[in-house]
Write a protein that binds this ligand. Structure first.
Ligand code: CTP
Length: 404
């Protein structure tokens, strides 16, 4: 992917053991298409060398405000003016305190102070021991920095290099990347709440067995991520899948269609958009045994009877909010043939403004997809692309159709 194509990022390193993760982060930024200018404090050089960071970024690293390579000898001005964002990762407790006070006694802090704040956002990935993190001074500094317009990306929790366990670890490189990509994305869904269903459902017949399907959940997870990138408050109601939760998305895990319906009904009460991508089992076993159904030795197999599951999308689409247009409902249709005909009929049957059709076997479990958008105006075929690109395109199409 090239999620950061054309972007120029200044990556600042300060003194902390998490500098070892900054190498991976730098690589990730470059892989996503960004150009990266690394700026390091003296303390960070105790943990990782400029040689490593130069090799990974493909550019000489700046460590001093007196760097004579710049014709005007003003790296603090030149470096920040060219960048789309400054990301400090890791940001030590000491460096946080420096930023709060507007100190400028070395290149990185000087550059942060001298940057045009309205054009060059400052993102902070703190990294420190859990006691330092919890200290009121650090928490106070974080609040002040955020009031001053910086974006604090949060911290991870877990085992720390000092041997203690708790909050304060730097986020993992892939998490920081996801946050940065989201940060730089246009906010077409700012202030909106989006609910997405994803994955299969599991309909139990006894405590051991049940009926499910092969839905991977990838498309729904990609839509949740894209909606969050677009600034929405996102709730992902997920059937049983093994996918990581997109950053900044609230996930509710469910198993059966009825659990999915209950969670969805509750979450859509205040939502602006509902996207149903889940492959909900159409039927569930008519009876459920609390104990494992055993063979009785006769060789006879049990007879299974089924009842129909609720249609989650159709149920939500029938609510007053949806009918009034306050809740915009989007459905998916995975068909095996005659896509245009089936998708058009399904949109009308479900009573929804927008339906996305695709050929099931060509998308299940794949990393890419081809979508057909069906609305009251007609049918529009979109080019085949990765699921995240399809999701971003769909989110843009949804945003255009929302009431202002
Ligand atoms: N859907 C739902 N609840 C169900 C069945 C489907 O919310 N019980 C939603 C899906 O998430 C999808 C859309 O309805 O957005 C269409 O799902 P699909 O399985 O293609 O259609 P069905 O309504 O089940 O019709 P059929 O199986 O006859 O094609």
């Amino acid at each position: 992917m090239n999620d950061l194509a054309g972007k120029h990022i200044v990556l600042g390193l300060t003194g902390g053991i998490a500098c070892y993760k900054a190498a991976e982060l730098c690589r990730g930024l470059v892989k996503e298409g960004a150009t990266v200018q690394v700026v390091m404090t003296e303390a960070s050089e105790q943990f990782i060398t400029p040689v490593t960071m130069q090799a990974l970024s493909g550019r000489p690293v700046y460590t001093s405000q007196w760097d004579a390579r710049e014709p005007n000898n003003m790296p603090h001005i030149n470096l920040s003016r060219q960048s789309d964002a400054i990301l400090i990762a890791p940001c030590s407790a000491d460096f946080l305190a420096k930023l709060v006070h507007g100190r400028a006694d070395e290149l990185l802090s000087l550059m942060c102070l001298a940057r045009p704040a309205d054009k060059v956002p400052l993102l902070i990935a703190p990294a420190m021991n859990r006691e330092m993190w919890a200290h009121p001074a650090t928490q106070r500094n974080m609040k002040q920095l955020s009031d001053d317009g910086a974006t604090i990306l949060g911290v991870g929790s877990g085992f720390q290099a000092c041997g203690e366990t708790g909050d304060g670890r730097m986020l993992e490189p892939h998490e920081l990347l996801e946050d940065l990509v989201a940060f730089l994305h246009p906010k077409s869904l700012a202030g909106r709440k989006v609910v997405v269903t994803a994955g299969p459902t599991f309909e139990a017949m006894d405590p051991i067995r049940g009926i499910t399907n092969h839905s991977s959940g990838k498309m729904g997870f990609a839509i949740a991520r894209a909606a969050r990138e677009a600034g929405a408050d996102v709730v992902l109601v997920a059937g049983p899948v093994h996918l990581p939760t997109p950053r900044g998305v609230r996930r509710i895990d469910v198993k059966s269609a009825r659990e999915m319906l209950a969670a969805t009904e509750k979450e859509t009460v205040r939502a602006d958009v509902f996207v149903a991508t889940a492959a909900v089992a159409d039927w569930r076993p008519a009876t459920h045994s609390d104990q494992k159904i055993k063979k009785d030795g006769s060789g006879a197999a049990p007879t299974l009877a089924f009842v129909e599951n609720p249609d989650i999308l159709a149920t939500v689409a029938r609510t007053e909010r949806a009918k009034s247009g306050a809740l915009f409902c989007v459905g998916f249709a995975a068909e095996s043939h005659d896509l245009v005909k089936h998708a058009t009929a399904k949109r009308e049957r479900k009573g929804i403004p927008l339906l996305v059709g695709n050929i099931g076997p060509l998308t299940f479990g794949q990393d890419d997809n081809q979508m057909l958008l069906v609305d009251a105006q007609g049918v529009q075929e979109l080019p085949r692309a990765s699921k995240i690109e399809c999701a971003r395109r769909l989110v843009a199409e949804i945003a255009q159709r929302l009431p202002r």
